[in-house]
Design a protein around this ligand. Structure first.
Ligand code: SF4
Length: 155
């Protein structure tokens, strides 16, 4: 049996249940995941995603920074891309978080003004915390002005 270089106690990233896990790491690679017994959430148990769904951590094509369509940049800002993980995706370019968020804000405002608030819908996620989901429904209803807010758990 492999002996890990280190074990990291963390929370399963897949859903709001929040199962507690140990990542066993050897040569900076996660090779095994165990459920922890020292909590009342999962008491050592994990579903198939929490137990085995970690290939993405070391995937060579994992996205590590925002991408933006080449013709959708709101402002011309210098790109801050990760030299360790250059991603080439046809029609998309790496950009900074500032430029990506500015562009989303500009496009949302333009769309709302041109087509009305119900032209926008927001789909939030079971991976978000309760507080993040609360903020997203507030953003949809109070800022955008639409009730088009839904959650991936309904799928
Ligand atoms: S192990 Fe399964 S049930 Fe537990 S948090 Fe992860 S996805 Fe959710």
């Amino acid at each position: 049996m492999l002996t890990p270089d280190r074990t990291v106690h963390t929370t399963c990233p897949y859903c709001g249940v929040g199962c507690q896990i140990d990542l066993h790491i050897k040569n900076e690679m996660v090779y095994r995941v165990d459920g922890r017994f020292d909590n009342d959430v999962n008491n050592g148990k994990l579903c198939v995603k929490g137990r085995f769904g970690y290939d993405f951590i070391h995937a060579p094509d994992r996205l590590t920074h925002p991408l933006i369509k080449n013709d959708q940049v709101a402002e011309d800002r210098p790109l801050t891309m990760s030299p360790a993980h250059p991603v080439t995706l046809s029609g998309f370019a790496p950009t900074s978080w500032e430029t990506a968020l500015d562009t989303v804000a500009v496009r949302l405002r333009e769309t709302r003004e041109k087509y009305g608030p119900d032209s926008i819908a927001i789909l939030t996620s079971a991976k978000c915390t309760n507080e993040e989901n609360y903020l997203l429904q507030k953003f949809a209803r109070a800022v955008i002005g639409t009730n088009n807010i839904d959650h991936c758990a309904r799928l």
